[in-house]
Design a protein around this ligand. Structure first.
Ligand code: SAH
Ligand code: SF4
Length: 345
């Protein structure tokens, strides 16, 4: 709910509209987790709120912490669906990685999230709740960044993702600056252009993973209907309408797309946009035949890009010991019984 919809909800029940502001302050500023804690509301209103609305709708079924302090939660929603969200500490930075769908309809060959297709979309509330749950793990530090890089394809759940993003960004809401928010997409040109028109200062990351259409189509089923050409065009539209450079993500899969010739070809593609390349060494998924490249191969790949004047970052892998890649923990746990204990990996 936004202040407007909450206000309407209250008015319908004969409550004063200004209560909406109080309730929202309790949630986002003071971080309470029950309506009962909202002590400046009448008991009747608190009871009504508890009966009709839910503040936190999920149960934490797993809470695992990596030796690198990355922490992953597996949440179970009322219908039994499960999703993951992650808190990634890095210096003083605290990043929440959140999901937008239960499963994923795309089915990239290397990814654990899409192995069983899409179960259902997440609602805006469920998406925000993950960011709030991660925020609650941050202790005295402030949650500084949010990345939509968990389970699912955000632009295939466009409206809920955007509504969640606005709450995460809103001053009345989680108040996280747009520049600290990243949406990662497998690359849907129409939706990218729609996103460009929202005129938000968020970062857009496009998952490329291959420098030519033939290889890309082997890795990403949906690439069959979207050429790299079309993606570059939409990246350029995004840049021209928002002034924000686009990130090209490239998961390095051992011997598949990590050779110097791939890097040379990728440099040609990348130079056609105003952006940078994010290299991610593959985080192996049990049962899948893909390999994590040696760090020497990754460094060499990056060097080839650098020689050609392409700005790139080799992302640190986090949480390797806790099924770090999205979808892995959920897959492993399956229908495990509920538990709220912390497992330190
Ligand atoms: N569906 C969106 C966002 C979620 S995936 C997308 O594909 O962009 C977020 C990023 O994690 C993508 O770049 C994806 O390729 C990457 N990813 C997924 N599984 C991975 C794994 N096992 N190891 C490394 N990166 C992975
Ligand atoms: Fe879906 Fe992204 Fe995984 Fe591909 S990489 S299956 S688009 S979550």
């Amino acid at each position: 709910m936004t202040p407007t919809t909450l206000n309407e909800w209250l008015m319908h029940r004969g409550e004063a509209g200004y209560r909406a502001k109080q309730i929202i302050e309790w949630i986002y500023e003071r971080g309470v987790s029950t309506f009962d804690e909202m002590t400046n509301l009448s008991r009747t209103l608190r009871q009504r709120l508890s009966a009709d609305l839910r503040l936190y709708a999920s149960t934490v079924v797993r809470d695992v912490e990596s030796t690198d302090r990355t922490r992953k939660l597996l949440l179970r929603w009322a219908d039994g669906a499960t999703t993951e969200c992650v808190m990634i500490p890095d210096g003083r930075r605290r990043t929440a990685c959140i999901s937008t769908q239960v499963g994923c309809p795309v089915g990239c060959v290397f990814c654990a999230s899409g192995l069983n297709g899409l179960d259902r979309q997440l609602t805006a509330g469920e998406i925000v709740e993950q960011a709030m749950r991660v925020r609650n793990l941050c202790g005295d530090e402030r949650l500084s960044n949010v990345v939509f890089m968990g389970l699912g394809e955000p632009l295939h759940n466009y409206d809920a993702t955007l509504a969640a993003l606005r709450t995460i960004n809103a001053e009345w809401g989680m108040n996280i600056g747009a520049r600290k928010i990243t949406i990662s997409t497998v690359g849907l040109p129409k939706q990218i252009e729609r996103l460009a028109d929202e005129k938000l200062q968020i970062t857009l990351a496009i998952s490329l993973h291959a420098p030519d259409d033939e290889l890309r189509r082997k890795i990403i089923p949906w690439a069959a209907s979207v050429s790299i050409e079309a993606l570059i065009e939409s990246a350029n539209v995004y840049f021209s309408r928002t002034g924000r450079e686009v990130t090209l993500e490239y998961v390095l899969l051992g011997d598949l797309n990590d050779q110097p010739e791939h890097a040379r070809e990728l440099a040609r593609v990348a130079k056609r946009t105003r952006g940078n390349v994010n290299l991610i060494r593959y985080n192996p998924v049990e049962g899948l035949p893909y390999r994590r490249p040696e760090s020497a191969a990754a460094t060499k790949f990056q060097e080839v890009l650098r020689e050609r004047g392409v700005n790139s970052h080799l992302r640190k892998s986090r949480g390797l010991d806790i099924d770090g890649a999205c979808g892995q923990l959920r897959r492993r746990v399956g229908e495990a019984p509920e538990s709220t204990g912390v497992t330190v990996a």
